[in-house]
Design a protein around this ligand. Structure first.
Ligand code: M6R
Length: 362
């Protein structure tokens, strides 16, 4: 059942190149053009509101950056348990998107019901196509991750990101921001991800080595800018879920507004920094950590490590990836770090204490 792996989580991490390739195949015509349902039309939408819980909410957070950057479409995000109690101002011309692996999360389902009738279209992005959140939406987009057993969500996250990426491209096309040729170009780049993911999974042994040290920490910080900010939060959530180590993800620029007070030689700081337009800024935040004896683990590509790796505690070199789609790739080392740290601590990876796979109560 675990296909030769020790844990479902390990199997599900390893499956990602395959399931991402499947999802891309399903939603594109030969990898050249988008094949999303006709009803998914962003042309006359004035805003997209993305709602989810936990890992799904970090996928929404990444998608907010994509919708705004790629399609110039205002996007707002909320966690489902807050959304419906804050009297959200919903435009009747907006689209509300609910993201859920299980499709049964109580807060997300209630948020979907709250939005129904108040917005132009309710869309769900789900893994279980027969779920309540799939059935009650005007339109459900399956993420095609296959059954996910591990309580810590892994392949569902990267499949959610993939479907949201394709939606953002569709929004760019529908709104005249992208030509069909520009979309085809981005699809070709997305098509390289499964190969890059396989290469990234090759870092597993190196991650396991770092994890023996991380397992001794009391607190761990994750830092990132742009789409690496939600990835930092996802990395921290994954780590606390299965290793029970206290971890927080911060936007790098927020460091000096508080969390830098936590830094000492005992606190590992994991910096997610592909060599993109924000790299120099993230590195300068990282150097502030190093100046206070912080133990920095830098995750970047070869160019980034060559430029900024000196003086860090450890580095992990990922393949170079288009910065726009980097979150789909950087999810993998975040998952591997949590997995190997939990293994080093001897905690129950697939069934962590106090947690359920599907949270069907508020
Ligand atoms: O099934 P859902 O995607 O609606 O679940 C939402 C969260 O409960 C879920 O992502 C949770 O945070 C995971 N255990 C994270 O690994």
């Amino acid at each position: 059942e675990k296909g030769g792996y020790k844990h479902f989580m390990a199997k599900e991490i390893a499956e990602q190149p395959l399931v991402i390739a499947d999802a891309l195949r399903h939603y594109t015509g030969g990898g050249q053009s988008l094949r999303l349902p006709e009803e998914l039309d962003f042309a006359s939408i004035d805003r997209v509101t993305l709602v989810a819980c936990g890992t799904g909410s970090y996928a929404c957070h990444v998608a907010k950056y994509w919708f705004e950057q790629i399609a110039g479409l205002p996007a707002e995000i909320d966690i489902a348990s807050e959304f419906r109690y804050r009297d959200p101002v919903l435009s009747p011309a907006s689209m509300a998107v609910f993201v859920s692996q299980s499709g049964e999360t109580a807060d997300t389902l209630a948020a979907l019901r709250y939005a129904t009738g108040k917005v132009a279209q309710v869309v769900s992005v789900v893994n279980v196509p027969t779920s309540s959140i799939a059935r009650e939406a005007d339109l459900a987009l399956p993420i095609l991750a296959g059954v996910e057993v591990g309580v810590a969500s892994t392949k569902a996250f990267t499949c959610q990101l993939t479907v949201l990426a394709l939606m953002a491209l569709k929004a760019g096309l529908d709104r005249g921001r992208l030509t069909p040729e520009a979309v085809a170009k981005q699809l070709a780049v997305l098509g390289t991800l499964p190969g890059l993911m396989s290469a990234t999974l090759g870092l597993s042994d190196a991650v396991a080595q770092v994890a023996t040290d991380l397992a001794k920490a009391q607190d761990i910080l994750f830092l990132g800018r742009g789409t690496m900010f939600p990835l930092a939060m996802e990395g921290a959530l994954k780590l606390k879920e299965i290793s029970y180590i206290h971890a927080e993800g911060y936007a790098s620029g927020e460091l000096k507004h508080g969390p830098i007070a936590l830094i000492d030689a005992q606190v590992p700081v994991i910096v997610l920094a592909p060599k993109d337009g924000l790299f120099e800024k993230t590195v300068s935040n990282m150097q502030e950590v190093m100046a206070r004896n912080g133990k920095v683990l830098l995750l970047s590509d070869a160019a980034g490590i060559a430029e900024a790796g000196a003086g860090t505690w450890k580095t992990l070199t990922l393949p170079q990836v288009d910065p726009l789609w980097a979150p789909i790739l950087y999810a993998l080392p975040a998952q591997l770090l949590a997995y190997h740290t939990a293994i080093a601590k001897g905690t129950d990876v697939d069934q962590p204490r106090n947690l359920a796979k599907s949270v069907t109560v508020e």
